[in-house]
Ligand binder design. Structure first.
Ligand SMILES: [Ca+2]
Length: 240
């Protein structure tokens, strides 16, 4: 039996799509939602595309194939994640998975605030917490605030609200502009309560420290009341 000369072998046409699998890591708190794909093909993988609800969100050409994005409460609900893996002949292997996203963060939602005396940071306004961070083992709700004086919008900035670890010990920062590391208000000795509708609020005497005007440890009255546990999707600051 003589072997067929190689020159007479017709080129092999690859019609076999890559074999694929998708896996997800969905966070419970605001953070990275990770999509990972495995793809294999005898002729090699040229790229893997990642889709969310049919929309392309990332392309990866190098194994391991993965992408991630920061997921927050605004992503809550069902999402379909899918991948398409391409071999060098253009065959596509694809698969998808449906994920339930249910993310919550510390004190998330909309709050009203009142702080007196007004010459520091006073007046009233709206706070929205939609994220959290952990520093040195302590967790802070992170968001924004808007300050309203009468009908006029007078300031906005970043806000942090510390985790209640014991009664009468709340840490709160409200920052002018974007530099809350330098210009912050720190409040303590706050009482944690529930109102008649079982909504969380903080009320009591505390101290305010504002580095911006080099004034520190002035006594103040502070009041924070949660008006909604939902994080609004649009403009988070409402004038009243
Ligand atoms: Ca193939």
């Amino acid at each position: 039996m003589s072997p067929i000369p190689p020159s007479t072998v017709p080129p092999e046409v690859d019609t076999t799509p890559p074999t694929v699998a998708i896996s997800t890591q969905v966070p419970e708190k605001p953070g990275a939602l990770v999509l990972t794909a495995t793809a294999a093909d005898s002729n090699g993988i040229t790229k893997v595309e990642f889709y969310r609800d049919g929309t392309l969100i990332a392309t990866d050409v190098d194994a391991p194939y993965a992408t991630s994005f920061k997921a927050t409460q605004l992503d809550n609900g069902e999402a379909v994640f899918s991948i398409k893996a391409y071999d060098s002949s253009g065959n596509i292997g694809q698969t998808s998975t449906t994920q339930s996203i249910n993310i919550h963060s510390l004190y998330e939602g909309v709050w009203e605030y009142d702080i007196a005396p007004g010459e520091i940071i006073g007046f009233s306004g709206t706070l929205v917490f939609d994220d959290e961070k952990t520093e040195d083992g302590r967790t802070f709700a992170v968001g924004r605030y808007g300050k309203v004086q009468g009908k006029s919008f007078v300031a906005q900035g970043l806000a942090q609200l510390g985790e209640i670890r014991e009664r009468n010990n709340l840490e709160m920062n409200m920052a002018y502009g974007i530099n809350y590391q330098e210009n912050f208000v720190n409040a303590k000795n706050i009482v944690l309560k529930l109102d008649t509708s079982n909504r969380l609020y903080f009320a009591g005497d505390g101290t305010l420290d504002e580095k911006f005007v080099q004034t520190s440890n002035r006594s103040a009255f502070l009041f924070f009341r949660q008006v909604s546990k939902a994080v609004p999707k649009n403009d988070i600051i409402e004038e009243d």
